[in-house]
Design a protein around this ligand. Structure first.
Ligand SMILES: *[C@@H]1O[C@H](CO)[C@@H](O)[C@H](O)[C@H]1NC(C)=O
Ligand SMILES: *[C@@H]1O[C@H](CO)[C@@H](O)[C@H](O)[C@H]1NC(C)=O
Length: 809
């Protein structure tokens, strides 16, 4: 994340013009959402038009989550705190008639939770569960911090606005109680909404209303939601309204009707498997730096994707990457403001790959008319790009066909990239799950739970059960071994926290969880978990992935690393407050050796919406002054050394490790869809070589050759490093370096972009292609064997600097 208090809102909106004009996005925000509507929780039904509402509640097969024993806890939270809340236990009826607003809001807010005026919290997680039914609401549902809202996936609950609905959104993920949202959007982490129909159709078509207000940051997701919006003439309804943040993932969404299906502004996002039917405009961007769209289907809309905001003089949309997607019966697929002379220079960059058309008038329309013509019948665009292109023959500007990447067969399902949504095990009953608390683990943050967890994991793998990790903080003092065929699902992001001397020797690193042994084969699925460390853990490898999964890819969904910066971590403002004098590293603030290691024996691994984060601030400090910044050291981010490869990274990010964020060494066949990094804020004081000494056995960078003869900020952590690897395909990347020793001057728009010399290094015999590479704060955008191939100044974008298509091939 990047803390907003350090940057003006206009900058976070990403549309700050060189002249400092008012961001385009802000006026749009005011106009679109009735942001100053208050909340009216009460029971004045008539004034809210309840007489008009006629919905028949449906029943469906029960979901195991409803009947499983609920015994999750929050050890650092308020006493008597309840994690799991079924809205019916709070009086919601779901009968299609009763006003359930107050009951639902009580289910979310009860206990001492992080709502209005709270900065952020890790100590009050909640799962708010909706059985199937139709829940009528007359005012917004206020989605508190660290909340997972889940409906029955076997029969999606409907959340239906009454005709007299007061407010801008059915679910408000970050309310405007004042001129600013309750939480800075870039600090809204660890939340989900899944398995719902959000229905605005009882509200007059001309009323501005959105299904969900979703300005969020990393480790957040929307999954399996149908937006049912008015398709009447003059409709003002919208599905998603997201004006800011640094996210994130959304998938399996269907939008029916509406003026705009998804109205979007955010630094970066990965969106996969979205269908838009009968909207005026399917997707409209206020702004972005980079956006990855995989598997988007747009049917019967007037306009598919609008990225023309700001106009040619001041474009506010950086780039979009769209692939394995289709447009049908839509006159204009994409509207762009880019021309030969538009500003900023690279804004409005587009990559299309494997995009099917059926009765599309114009695929890309610019201010001067058609840039790419459509087709009356059906056809497929193999690959097309608009923006700056860097190939081995040199840089060119392109607005036309490009060579599609040659997709390795091992990454495909038919012609398309393999994709798989987070499993919810909806066909299983509660008896198919094995609770770790039933198995004797305490999750209280103090008991050593190693043996109890290991025993539950082993017996579940033997009996084919799914391990249910009840909410809690599970301290482990030795490696947890996850065998082949394990499935583990968490309740409200339970934390597995390493602790003690076993993990604190940087000369003898140890995995916290170890998935398979070298040579093991089998499938493993992990979801909704957080891996953490407590106190100094200089030898901790949070996840070590050894298993090969040749028959069906193994997977990680919403599995995050969070190192330090939370109550109980013993690495908070009390121990590790930010220091700008890092010449003497505080050993108590060395938090991890490596966040994740995919070892040579591992293969066939799918990761979606995983955020590997070394905390830059203390999430449980209630101050916005400097956001509770802390200085922690982790040696390495994600290191992929899989010999066989076949690795999918969908919507992942890695932040603040010292030597690198993503490294690929001696591997092949990797798909990446919007990767995102941030360099450690304290660097270059000290630089990447402190406090960890490079270890050549795991391909650590030594910076000797890359920095030889260079001046300036060399030997800062790589955002992306590729060594002797082939067939790596990146569909969207955001590599950011915001600070030098906590000072953001180096990344200011129009400023020197010299927080570090280089951020992306390709070494040895490597082949890699990157669509929409977005870089901030680095003079060079990409280096090969120590030589810069592209400078930021030739590729100026909206805030990040962009290359639409980079390839070494
Ligand atoms: C895409 O989403 C739809 C609707 O949620 C779902 O039925 C379908 O299985 C998803 N497809 C993939 C490939 O995940
Ligand atoms: C389109 O129009 C602008 C002026 O609006 C002009 O500067 C530009 O060169 C034109 N042509 C192209 C191909 O962009």
């Amino acid at each position: 994340m990047h803390i907003s208090s350090l940057l003006p809102l206009s900058l976070l909106l990403g549309s700050l013009s060189p002249a400092g004009a008012i961001p385009v996005a802000e006026s749009a925000i005011d106009a679109l959402q009735g942001r100053h509507d208050g909340y009216h929780y009460g029971s004045d039904l008539a004034s809210r038009g309840f007489s008009d509402v006629k919905i028949v509640a449906r029943d469906g097969p029960e979901f195991w989550m409803e009947s499983i024993k609920h015994q999750g806890i929050s050890p650092m939270g308020p006493s008597e705190y309840t994690v799991f809340r079924n809205v019916k236990d709070f009086g919601a009826k779901g009968d299609g008639v009763t006003d359930d607003t107050e009951a639902i809001n009580n289910a979310i807010s009860s206990g001492t939770r992080c709502g209005q005026g709270c900065f952020s919290s890790t100590t009050t997680p909640a799962v708010v569960y909706f059985p199937s039914g139709s829940y009528v609401i007359s005012a917004p549902i206020f989605d508190y911090y660290n909340t997972i809202i889940i409906g029955n996936p076997n029969s999606l609950p409907v959340i239906k606005a009454s005709s007299g609905f007061k407010g801008g959104y059915l679910i408000d993920g970050d309310p405007y109680f004042s001129a600013d949202p309750n939480w800075p959007a870039t600090t809204v982490f660890w939340r989900q909404v899944r398995n719902f129909v959000l229905d605005t159709t009882a509200v007059a078509a001309g009323t501005q209303i959105s299904g969900i207000h979703w300005p969020t940051a990393q480790a957040t997701s929307l999954q399996n939601i149908v937006f049912q919006l008015s398709a009447d003439q003059g409709t003002e309804h919208q599905g998603i309204f997201c004006e800011s943040g640094s996210a994130g993932f959304a998938g399996d969404l269907v939008f029916n009707g509406g003026k705009i299906g998804a109205a979007l502004g955010n630094q970066q996002f990965t969106m996969r498997n979205l269908t838009f039917n009968n909207a005026v405009t399917a997707i409209s961007h206020f702004w972005n730096w980079g956006w990855t769209y995989q598997g988007i289907t747009i049917n019967n809309c007037q306009l598919g994707i609008d990225i023309s905001t700001g106009g040619s003089e001041q474009q506010s949309v950086g780039s979009i990457t769209l692939f394995d997607s289709s447009f049908a019966n839509t006159p204009v697929a994409i509207k762009s403001a880019k021309t030969d002379s538009s500003a900023p220079q690279t804004a409005g960059s587009i990559i299309l790959e494997n995009v099917a058309l059926d009765n599309v008038g114009v695929v890309v329309e610019g201010p001067n008319g058609t840039v790419l013509a459509g087709s009356p019948g059906s056809s497929v665009i193999a690959a097309w790009g608009q923006g700056n292109q860097y190939t081995p023959t040199g840089p060119t500007k392109v607005a036309g066909d490009i060579t599609p990447v040659s997709r390795p067969a091992g990454l495909l399902d038919g012609q398309m990239y393999y994709q798989r949504s987070k499993p919810q095990y909806e066909s299983l009953s509660a008896s198919s799950f094995s609770s770790v608390r039933d198995g004797g683990a305490k999750g209280d943050g103090t008991t050593d739970d190693t043996a109890a967890l290991q025993s539950v994991i082993d017996s579940a793998a033997g009996s084919g059960k799914v391990v249910y990790m009840d909410a809690g903080v599970y301290k482990v003092t030795n490696t947890l071994k996850i065998p082949a065929n394990s499935k583990i699902v968490g309740e409200a992001y339970p934390v597995i926290m390493s602790s003690g001397d076993f993990f604190n020797n940087m000369d003898s690193p140890k995995p916290v969880i170890q998935v398979g042994q070298a040579g093991d084969q089998g499938q493993v699925e992990l979801s909704d978990l957080i891996l953490s460390t407590q106190g100094p853990q200089a030898g901790a490898i949070l996840i070590q992935w050894n298993i090969a999964s040749p028959s069906a890819p193994a997977g990680l969904w919403d599995v995050h690393a969070r190192v330090g910066g939370f109550a109980g971590s013993q690495q908070t403002t009390a121990q590790c407050a930010k220091t700008t004098d890092s010449s003497d590293v505080n050993k108590n603030c060395i938090a991890a050796y490596m966040l994740m290691h995919v070892t040579p024996s591992a293969s066939n691994l799918y990761m979606e919406n995983c955020w590997l984060w070394v905390s830059d601030h203390d999430v449980d400090v209630q101050t916005e002054a400097d956001g509770g910044q802390i200085t922690l050291y982790s040696g390495r981010g994600l290191n992929v050394e899989s010999t066989e490869g076949n690795i999918w990274l969908s919507g992942t990010s890695v932040e603040h490790s010292s030597l690198y964020q993503y490294q690929f060494a001696s591997t092949k066949n990797v798909y990446m869809g919007q990767i995102q990094t941030e360099t450690a804020y304290y660097q270059p004081n000290p630089n990447a070589l402190t406090p960890f000494t490079p270890n050549t056995a795991i391909h650590d960078p030594e910076f000797a050759s890359s920095c030889s003869g260079s001046t300036g900020n060399c030997a800062l952590g790589w955002g992306l490093r590729v060594v002797d690897s082939t067939d790596l395909y990146v569909y969207g990347a955001g590599l950011y370096s915001f600070f030098n020793n906590y000072d953001a001057t180096c990344s200011a728009y129009g400023g020197p972009q010299n927080c570090q010399n280089s951020i992306f290094s390709i070494e040895g015999a490597s082949e890699i292609s990157v669509y929409n590479l977005n870089v901030l704060g680095s003079k060079s955008l990409v280096d090969q064997d120590g030589k810069s191939l592209a400078s930021y100044s030739d590729n100026i974008g909206v805030f990040t600097n962009n290359i639409a298509y980079f390839t070494t091939k």
